[in-house]
Write a protein that binds this ligand. Sequence first.
Ligand SMILES: C[S@@+](CC[C@H](N)C(=O)[O-])C[C@H]1O[C@@H](n2cnc3c(N)ncnc32)[C@H](O)[C@@H]1O
Length: 416
Amino acid sequence: MNTRALALDLLEKWEKTDQFLAQILDSCCKQKKLNEKDRAFLQELVYGVLRWRPWLDSVIKKSVKDPQKKMSSLIKNVLRLGIYQMVFLEKVPIYASINETLNLLRCRVKRGFVNAVLRNYDRSVGEYKLPSSEEGIPAKIKDYLSRECPKVDLTPVWESIQKKPLIYARWNPLTGTRDVLEAIWQQENRKYQCVNESQGIYHLEKIETNVETWPSFQKGLFTIQDVYASSVVSHLDVKEHHKVLDACAAPGGKSFQIATYLKNADQLVALDVSKKRLDNLKKAALRLKVDNIKLVEGDAKKHVFLEKFDRILLDVPCSNLGVLNRRLDVRFRFSQKQQNSLIGIQREILENMSSFVKQDGIMVYSTCTLSRKENQDQVRAFLKKNPNFFCSYQALNIPGHEKGDGGYVAILHRSS
Ligand SMILES: C[S@@+](CC[C@H](N)C(=O)[O-])C[C@H]1O[C@@H](n2cnc3c(N)ncnc32)[C@H](O)[C@@H]1O
């Protein structure tokens, strides 16, 4: 199995379709039945190339004879893969990076061109140095976030975006104690560190294999959830007797958390517009032994409930600008047009769902974006139109400044 050739195929496919990188990678690994080592190398190559693409492209431009001459997407991706390996993969010698890259091409003329560009680059660098974080991020994203967050020091944000994301596990109290979880991890030889004692959140370190294949994961002893995402549910202040609605629920990370606070069946309703995503939620619920969630497929912009809820969580679809280190697609596919459409959806979800909050009940609005328009502005407009609600707390989690992913949360109370 030539992993580099697979990486080239995936990069080409990603560019020519609107599929997410994670989806393409996952289905390729399953289809080709890749072992853990090949899977990890493939992921390193495709994620690495996309993470540093603007910088790789600037290097390519400087290393070709005629920067104005148009290059096919295939040749560009071959060059990106070559330079990525030369600069970032210390264990691969430079000559091997160049030779393996040339092996990706059959055509003699194309090989000659790629060979010349890579060797030009090698001659010009002298000593290999890693680029700065900022150089890896598309200008469009940097400009947009600079405008949206004028008071934030963005240097730590760029640094956090360019790092590989940390993986956090949340202990599942429904399948055993934390002692049981830790004992099994020790048997499995896992490296972990508890980062939140009260909620049982762990940073999983030095992960060498796909977490979903771990027996402890398959037994439902824990779930993967970012440390910031785990904190959002606490703002709902759920009590044992509450009736709760999670209105944008799939894939279910926050529903599973809420479910552990509630004792009886049907106290928690999980609504989502996507059947496919609800099916995934159902599968994960089985694994985690969560059996007190009522699933409803429907559109939160217009769905009508015959009952009211003590607590409603609106973890709305958003531009994902707070999770740029995990969702590499976003940095290339973000558009103002798509954002405007999301803002409309968020507004309608807020408006419709607010009518199902009981008097003195709480609705938590949350996103994983740093954009003011989807966060503070959205909440301000809602409160202006709905004076029977007030906001007791709002906060922006900024990656690089605070732990975990970026996101926004607002606690909205219904007073009458
Ligand atoms: C940010 S994700 C929610 C993540 C989830 N709360 C969790 O913690 O796992 C947003 C979800 O909203 C759903 N969604 C998008 N538009 C919707 C709508 N109009 N009504 C209900 N759900 C919607 C998407 O299918 C997606 O599953």
